[in-house]
Design a protein around this ligand. Structure first.
Ligand SMILES: Cc1cc2nc3c(=O)[nH]c(=O)nc-3n(C[C@H](O)[C@H](O)[C@H](O)COP(=O)(O)OP(=O)(O)OC[C@H]3O[C@@H](n4cnc5c(N)ncnc54)[C@H](O)[C@@H]3O)c2cc1C
Length: 402
């Protein structure tokens, strides 16, 4: 294949779109359907042409921030504070379409909106919401979320960072690992244990607060555009009005995490549908032994397996979103959806990579980037094993964590 053919094929493949075998579209409201089209067009027009380059360089594309703001998709289901409201299904569709193009941009949004803004929204007072949310909705101030610690990932409930009251301030000490956006964010929601009552509390730390330090985690081969950090809290003093007043224990943290598991489930479905569409188009065009590889039983079996998994993910996600909109979702439902979609999406990306043969490992054809990015989605917001343990405890009545 010449370079020109490869580029044309990659472009055509990347623009294959709209897999919807069981007519998911019919389950959307007109507003949700319009939102899907809006984000899809934006992703294909503005993001797809630039993501491989940024991914390879491991840099964040700051140029997209004003465009994301103008698209009015920053704020998911929150209302007020300059946010354009959407349903939980609509929020999911945004994650789906961003995931379909690129995991890093989707993850940036997941951290900024789903974790940082939602922490302020769900755990903050009215005054605290007014103080931070409007500028965050305009992407003028970027947020991050620091829960995980070097020694406490899956068992984040055992976090060791401390918060000690000192007059009208709190003094924060400890270390955090992995927060996305943290290298360059403006504000970061930090969870720490109150040394007086032992409860986990939330604090908004500003990037210039003395004692706060963030060092980029180098050498990642997944979500390369997202800048994750190792964080040091060395006697960081924050005024009491930066403690999010409705966070008074780990169950309050869990309220934030439930919504983001919905977003990760949808994003996983987006990665999977991209991989499937690329593999399908490639297989129809790639000639071996005198015919398209799509005309072989082995490749068709892979494509049908991918379609079956993608369709199941779409239905999982729509149902989860509707339950969220009805206020009827439980953390175990969100855990099941995150578990199913992330594990299946990684599998679909692997199958797609196989179908593309050698071309499957190049950035030009995108599937390897999706596969690499899926490795992080399987892990963050609670690993697949931890989601399985959460659901396992629910159905058996026996916790098997320890
Ligand atoms: C790209 C990326 C972005 C992230 N962004 C953020 C962020 O913005 N903010 C934040 O706070 N955190 C973030 N995280 C952290 C993430 O939530 C943790 O990585 C995750 O919870 C797993 O923790 P860990 O990496 O310490 O793995 P560990 O907890 O050490 O787990 C290692 C392995 O052991 C398994 N395991 C652990 N316990 C059990 C058990 N009881 N039974 C069976 N298996 C078990 C796990 O499933 C996993 O396979 C991010 C992580 C990544 C990779």
């Amino acid at each position: 294949m010449t370079d020109q053919t490869t580029a044309a094929l990659a472009d055509g493949i990347a623009r294959a779109r709209g897999t919807d075998y069981l007519h998911m579209r019919a389950l959307l409201s007109p507003d949700e359907s319009a939102l899907l089209d809006k984000v899809r067009d934006f992703g294909e027009r503005e993001l797809l042409p630039i993501v491989n380059d940024y991914w390879e360089r491991g840099e964040f594309p700051f140029e997209v921030l004003p465009k994301l703001r103008d698209l009015q998709i920053v704020g998911d289901t929150m209302s007020g504070y300059g946010i354009t409201p959407m349903t939980a299904v609509g929020q999911g569709l945004v994650s789906y379409e961003l995931g379909r193009i690129d995991g890093s941009i989707g993850t940036f949004m997941g951290v900024h909106v789903g974790l940082a803004m939602q922490s302020v929204y769900k755990l903050g007072s009215e005054e605290q919401r007014e103080r931070w949310l409007p500028a965050m909705a305009r992407l003028e101030r970027i947020g991050a979320f620091a829960l995980t610690e070097p020694d406490h990932g899956s068992d984040s409930v055992a976090l060791e960072a401390t918060a000690t009251r000192d007059g009208d301030h709190w003094v924060l000490n400890g270390a955090k690992r992995w927060p996305g956006n943290a290298v360059w964010c403006d504000v970061i929601v930090v969870f720490a244990r109150d040394t007086a009552d032992g409860k986990v509390k939330a604090f908004v730390v500003e990037k210039d607060d003395p004692g706060y330090g963030a060092t980029k985690i180098e050498g990642k081969v997944s979500l390369r555009m997202v800048q994750n950090a190792d964080i040091v809290l060395d006697g960081v003093r924050v005024p009491d009005d930066r403690r999010l007043v409705h966070c008074n224990g780990f169950p309050d943290v869990a309220k934030v995490l439930m919504g983001t598991r919905n977003m990760v489930a949808w994003a996983s479905a987006g990665h999977a549908v991209a991989a499937y569409e690329i593999a399908l188009t490639y297989a129809q065009r790639r000639i071996q032994f005198g015919k398209p590889i799509a005309a072989t039983q082995g490749v068709q079996a892979k494509l049908v397996e991918m379609l079956a998994e993608v369709t199941a993910m779409q239905l999982y996600c729509i149902r989860l979103g509707r339950l969220l909109d009805e206020g009827a979702v439980t953390d175990t439902m969100a855990a099941l959806a995150k578990y199913f979609c992330s594990v299946k999406a990684r599998h679909v990306c692997r199958l797609a990579r196989d179908v593309l043969g050698g071309n499957g490992i190049t950035l030009d054809f995108h599937v390897m980037r999706h596969l690499c990015d899926m490795e992080a989605l399987v892990t963050y917001e609670g690993t697949a094993e931890v989601q399985s343990l959460i659901v396992g405890r629910d159905i058996t009545g026996s916790g098997a964590f320890a």
